[in-house]
Design a protein around this ligand. Structure first.
Ligand code: ADP
Ligand code: MG
Length: 280
């Protein structure tokens, strides 16, 4: 082999490793990490800024704790204009339970806008186009809503999303409310169910990375009474959710709502109380 051809073959070898990243790239990427605010300062603080883009976050909790409220809030907050420190993105909301309320989304958008006008008015005056965009109806127009009535429809929709995201590059969050609902009801083959759910969350993780968006999977937990105390169990267990990078559990502590970081590669586990209010 001649010197030049050996050199070329080494270069080719390097080409095959193009996907590799240096630790420095990873650190810079982490520092540039984009977040979507939850609207709750304390919760953002323990999350290191909010819900992370490029990652899958699972939010578990008992019925009525506020998972859907958080999902709608994130679908609104992802739209906070860049001028106000947000992502100026759009949302995909996949509703398997039929619990998305458009009136509530409108109310949450009003709350978000009024907070922006109170807190970032000084920034907005340099961007005359901004106040026009700050209308609840424009926020609603940027939430792409999919109502899913069966697990087959859910699988088909997640498969179709790839094409949708290619066309809608502004989508910065996908909320699935909830990921397990139809699988709890109508799926008998347990091993197959775990595989299908696992495959679905892997696909969503791929979308998160490829399109730099956040994926939020809402999931019900059930409480089990074991050895004298209550234990929370994720609906359908844990085996399917290896593709989720982060997990937040919402729970009741007396009459107060709390959020707990149960799993994260970069955050320490922490707990904070949170509120659901009429305004936000
Ligand atoms: P989950 O999805 O976890 O089952 P939800 O997100 O549907 O729970 O939360 C429902 C709860 O949110 C209600 O019980 C109520 O306490 C609160 N909530 C819903 N809408 C409002 C509102 N407009 N103002 C204040 N609280 C609200
Ligand atoms: Mg709900």
């Amino acid at each position: 082999m001649s010197e030049t051809s050996r050199f070329r073959s080494l270069e080719d070898g390097h080409g095959a490793l193009k996907g590799a990243q240096t630790a420095w790239d990873m650190l810079s990427e982490e520092q540039m990490q984009k977040h979507i605010t939850t609207g709750c300062e304390e919760l953002d603080a323990i999350l290191g800024g909010g819900i992370h883009c490029k990652e899958v976050t699972e939010v578990g909790g008992v019925p009525g704790i506020g998972k859907t409220q958080l999902g709608i809030q994130l679908a609104v907050n992802v739209q906070i204009p860049v001028e106000c420190g947000g992502l100026g993105g759009k949302a995909v909301y996949i509703d398997t339970e039929g619990s998305f309320m458009v009136e509530r989304a409108h109310q949450i958008a009003e709350g978000c806008i009024s907070d922006l006008l109170d807190n970032t008015a000084h920034r907005l005056k340099d961007f005359p186009a901004c106040p026009e965009r700050l209308q609840p109806n424009s926020f609603l127009a940027n939430i792409f809503y999919f109502r899913i009535c069966s697990y087959t429809e859910q699988i088909a929709t997640i498969n179709y999303l790839e094409k949708f995201l290619e066309e809608q590059k502004d989508v910065k969050i996908i909320v699935v409310d909830s990921i397990t609902f139809h699988f709890r009801q109508d799926f008998d083959d347990l091993a197959l169910r775990t595989r299908v759910l696992g495959g679905m969350s892997l696909k969503l993780m791929r979308f998160a990375k490829k399109y730099s968006l956040a994926v939020v999977l809402l999931n019900q937990v059930t409480t089990k009474f074991v050895e004298g105390s209550f234990h929370l169990t994720l609906a359908l267990g844990d085996t399917w959710s290896h593709a989720c990078t982060n997990r937040i559990i919402l729970y009741w502590n007396g009459n107060d709502r709390h959020a707990y970081i149960d799993k994260s590669p970069s955050l320490r586990s922490a707990t904070t109380p949170f509120l659901i209010t009429g305004k936000v």
